[in-house]
Write a protein that binds this ligand. Structure first.
Ligand code: TA6
Length: 287
């Protein structure tokens, strides 16, 4: 019998989170039966390609590198279910996933590591606690890490993203030159591919599903990538529909502008909360 490839956290009240063990990719997060994440209709679930959508786990590399596929190997490797979904006293549901060097063979980047990825599904929040451990007694290694989140939106042109003003960013649509963000809210009206550096610990994305706002809170993730391929680049992706780009925005939290250096027998932890905002909060945050 095929091994389980999908794990579901079910909190009740049609609030669920679904994780595909391929890349420990969160492929669905439903709050009161409303999907918060975008997954392309053409996404591949062949256990080889990265899943186009949800929350791919980018490690140990963000972007291209000489040791393997772009964005590293974590998102294209089968993770272990370390702890099956368990309901906590609070009513929240928790599950833990892990990945370590011995989980797959590779010809390069042969460092020992252990990744622990804990997800907690709350009533209107999805929390992530991530730990990277270097078990080696001699070797230091460096890595990037990022959660490549695809948010589902009715129309990306109506979204506003806070928490980026004053930050420098690498603009990959303009040969990787560095600029500074002057706007208090960032909007998306064209191909956008920016690595913002030293961003706020909190972002609000307006006009996500049902007109709500998505609050992102992050700790130890100093950078934020904002990406939408727009039409021309959407056409170049076989696992992304030509007509899908208006219905997604990637706001990706991570540590990508500089490598994280992990000394022997040391651990790095990052915490990351995604939560939808209550309608009343929308009034409080009204533009
Ligand atoms: O996070 C933005 C980005 O680095 C873009 O440059 C684009 O390449 C996107 O990731 C998707 O990359 P993928 O390897 O999943 O096709």
């Amino acid at each position: 019998m095929a091994a389980t490839s999908v794990v579901v956290l079910d909190r009740g009240n049609n609030t669920t989170c679904t994780i595909n063990l391929h890349g420990a990719t969160v492929v669905s997060w439903r709050v009161n039966n409303q999907e918060q994440l975008f997954v392309s209709k053409q996404a591949k679930f062949d256990g080889k390609e990265p899943i186009r959508g949800g929350i791919p786990f980018v490690f140990p590399q963000f972007g291209p590198w000489p040791f393997g596929p772009q964005h590293g190997f974590a998102r294209i490797t089968r993770w272990n279910l370390e702890k099956a979904p368990e309901r906590l006293q609070s009513g929240d549901v928790e599950a833990i996933f892990s990945l370590m060097d011995s989980d797959f063979s590779r010809s390069s980047w042969n460092y020992q590591f252990r990744l622990t990825y804990r997800l907690i599904l709350r009533e209107k929040e999805l929390h992530f606690n991530i730990a990277v451990y270097n078990p080696s007694k001699e070797l230091t290694f460096s890595f990037n890490m990022l959660l490549h989140t695809y948010f589902k939106v009715p129309d990306v042109r109506r979204c506003q993203i806070t928490g980026l003003q004053g930050c420098t960013f690498v603009d990959k649509t303009r040969d990787g030159s560095i600029y500074q963000e002057a706007r208090d809210v960032v909007t998306i009206n064209e191909w956008t591919d920016r690595i913002y550096q030293n961003t706020s610990q909190e972002h609000i994305i307006t006009n996500v599903v049902s007109g709500r706002k998505m609050r992102i809170q992050k700790y130890n993730f100093p950078d934020t990538v904002v990406w939408n391929p727009w039409l021309d680049r959407a056409k170049d992706m076989s696992d992304f529909g030509d007509d899908e780009y208006p219905n997604m925005v990637c706001v990706e939290s991570g540590h990508v502008s500089s490598p994280v250096i992990l000394l022997p027998e040391n651990q790095k932890e990052a915490f990351f909360d995604k939560n939808t905002c209550e309608p009343e909060l929308i009034d409080a945050l009204k533009d």
